[in-house]
Design a protein around this ligand. Structure first.
Ligand SMILES: Nc1ncnc2c1ncn2[C@@H]1O[C@H](COP(=O)(O)OP(=O)(O)OP(=O)(O)O)[C@@H](O)[C@H]1O
Ligand SMILES: [Mg+2]
Length: 239
């Protein structure tokens, strides 16, 4: 059994089926791309796995245990982390304090230890000068801070929701390398939601493609990128 598995995961919002019968698996150390046009259900899928929403039907297994109805903080504690498409750091705190919050709340650490851990994890991501306010840092640094916050949880599975958005070409390249090294170093299974196809090509071992909440293709990037149904879904989304 894989580290994380969903079976027939479905979520309705009124008449809309945002996620439709999605069965997937993700193992530690693996990098999976989750792609699809706007509104295809990518963020909702992450919200279901992380517990923001409960599914209308279907199940979620994590390390052999059924976590379908567990509260978000229990899933986080068990080892599922995520970043948010719309980030919301606490503006009145410094970078270090934002990362420390992860250690204080999810791991129950004391202040001094949380500070040491925050400095270590930020250092490993190349994030320096941690006493700056979050309003003073660049977009790339903000993204690194979000990843540091997620890693504070010591996750086995990490979902990144459009973590490359707003980065230039060089920053994107750096972030791709960073995600690869984080996955390898901590043996984390990473689910990458991303619109930039070169990132998906360079970063992922395999990909699932969503359209209207359903998986329409799955496999290595080179294969799904040639799939006529996938091409049509993207062209349809752009029209
Ligand atoms: N809380 C909600 N209430 C009602 N509808 C929702 C809710 N959350 C998402 N939806 C709808 O579900 C569908 C899937 O949305 P979702 O945000 O998961 O798409 P996405 O693939 O992440 O899109 P994007 O690429 O634009 O981020 C959309 O039609 C969206 O409007
Ligand atoms: Mg989204």
């Amino acid at each position: 059994m894989s580290t994380l598995e969903t079976r027939g995961l479905t979520r309705r919002f009124g008449g809309l089926v945002a996620v439709n019968n999605v069965s997937f698996s993700l193992d530690r150390g693996e990098i999976l791309g989750v792609i699809g046009p706007n509104g295809s259900g990518k963020t909702t899928f992450i919200n279901l796995v992380s517990g923001v929403y409960l599914p209308s039907s279907g199940s979620i297994m994590f390390k052999g245990r059924d976590i379908t109805s567990d509260a978000p903080h229990l899933r986080a504690r068990a080892g599922i982390a995520r970043t948010f498409q719309l980030i919301h750091p606490l503006q009145s705190l410094t970078v270090r304090e934002n990362v420390m919050l992860g250690f204080l709340f999810s791991r129950g650490m004391r202040l001094r230890q949380a500070r040491v851990e925050a400095d270590t994890i930020c250092g490993s991501l190349g994030l320096e000068r941690l006493d700056r306010g979050v309003a003073e840092i660049t977009m790339l640094e903000t993204k690194k801070m979000e990843i540091a916050r997620a890693l504070a949880n010591n996750p086995e599975i990490l979902f990144l929701d459009e973590v490359m958005a707003g980065l230039n070409v060089d920053e994107t390249r750096e972030m791709v390398g960073l995600v690869q090294s984080v996955s390898r170093r901590h043996n984390i299974g990473v689910g990458v939601v991303e619109h930039v196809m070169s990132v998906i090509r360079d970063l992922t071992h395999r990909v699932i493609v969503l359209e209207n909440g359903e998986i329409i293709a799955a496999g290595p990037y080179e294969e799904v990128s040639r799939n006529p149904r996938v091409i049509a879904a993207y062209l349809g989304g752009a029209a």
